[in-house]
Design a protein around this ligand. Structure first.
Ligand SMILES: NC(=O)c1ccc[n+]([C@@H]2O[C@H](COP(=O)([O-])OP(=O)(O)OC[C@H]3O[C@@H](n4cnc5c(N)ncnc54)[C@H](O)[C@@H]3O)[C@@H](O)[C@H]2O)c1
Length: 324
């Protein structure tokens, strides 16, 4: 344990990918009560979530955080908030952009209104996104790996893709402003391509695995690059930051610096599955960023974090989950 008390922790979006893994880890700690919230707009109330909620240290709330009155039902005494709830997924950006904006802004307002003036809150941790860099990297050719202090921009608010990235950026401004005014500490974590079991089916790794199951080896955005970090490493880094005095009122990249081409992910998955097949290559969806990789100097300096799970190992574990 580090610098902050973690007796009562509120995790939003806990039926989702990262929120669930955080709740799972924290619920195993002695002396930590975990309050989990989700409305299942994306995450599922599956057997794993039900088992989590049945643990003695966990109290679950099935409520919509866009509803201000519902947020008032949450417990008063909270030390730490890990705010993971948002509506992600490229298809959602185009098909239900208003829901994306609502779910990625209103919960943040309501939580800050509810807990900003509460004397017990020690830290508000906000899940920012690597999407913050999309405009900067594609328009101004800023260096990759990208550090936290580059200027950020929204290239085209009329492009529905920005429903998500714009909301996440707005969230950063909102958290910074509210925490300043309420004199609370916050940490903004810009996640970069976390992957692993139970991540849903909308991201590149599970998407390829689902097709692979049916003998279809097609891959989208093959020449783009990304840096993938395994969920266990992402959870460890998140909790290190949440617990670290030096990370108070800081924005920190969380990810791997191992930048790989998407086509190499496809090749590694085929090799792990022992399949000798040609991959059918397709261009990336419109608006997708060609390169994405975080500069993680700040994360390492603040917490001493080092990645433990190699990409091949993480992909194998993920494949074991999706192809059972
Ligand atoms: N996974 C990544 O690689 C990644 C990358 C960048 C940023 N992020 C950010 O990290 C956070 C967690 O990501 P994730 O991959 O676990 O997402 P996820 O979609 O798996 O989980 C988000 C959860 O929030 C819940 N939710 C959404 N709106 C809600 C509402 N109004 N009320 C209650 N619950 C609501 C959803 O049902 C879902 O279970 C998100 O804020 C996301 O923007 C993740």
């Amino acid at each position: 344990m580090g610098d902050l008390p973690m007796t009562n922790v509120l995790i939003t979006g806990a039926a989702g990918f990262i929120g669930f893994a955080l709740a799972d880890a924290l619920s195993r700690r002695a002396d930590t009560n975990v309050f989990v919230v989700d409305n299942f707009i994306r995450g599922e109330c599956d057997a794993a979530y039900k088992e989590l909620c049945s643990r003695d240290s966990v109290v679950a709330f099935d409520l919509d955080l866009t509803d201000r009155n519902a947020v008032r039902e949450l417990p008063e005494s909270i030390d730490l908030i890990l705010h993971m709830a948002a509506l992600n997924g490229t298809q959602n950006f185009y098909e239900r952009p208003y829901d994306v904006v609502r779910c990625s802004t209103l919960p943040t307002f309501h939580l800050l209104d509810r807990y900003g003036s509460s004397s017990g809150l020690k830290r508000f941790v906000y899940a920012g996104s690597s999407e913050a860099y999309a405009g900067t990297v594609s328009t101004f050719d800023w260096p990759v790996p990208t550090a936290e202090d580059v200027p950020l921009c929204i290239t085209d608010p009329s492009n529905l893709r920005w429903s998500y990235g714009g909301s996440k950026l707005h969230g950063e401004v909102l958290v910074t402003a509210a925490c300043h005014q309420y004199e609370k500490d916050h940490t903004i974590i810009r996640y970069h391509n976390v992957y692993g079991p139970r991540m849903g089916d909308k991201h590149v790794v599970p998407d390829f695995l689902e097709r692979m199951k049916n003998g279809v080896y097609s891959l989208y955005g093959h020449s783009d690059t990304r840096s993938f970090i395994y969920i266990d490493d992402a959870v460890r880094a998140t909790l290190m930051l949440a617990d670290c005095a030096g990370a108070a009122n800081q924005t920190v990249n969380l990810g791997s610096e191992n930048e790989v081409q998407i086509v190499d992910i496809g090749k590694m998955l085929l090799e792990l599955a022992g399949i000798d097949a040609e991959i059918e290559l397709h261009d990336s969806p419109k608006g997708s960023v060609a390169r994405r990789s975080p500069d993680t100097t700040k994360l390492k300096k603040l917490t001493g974090f080092t990645e433990e799970i190699a990409l091949s190992d993480g992909l194998r574990r993920t494949m074991d989950y999706y192809i059972r």
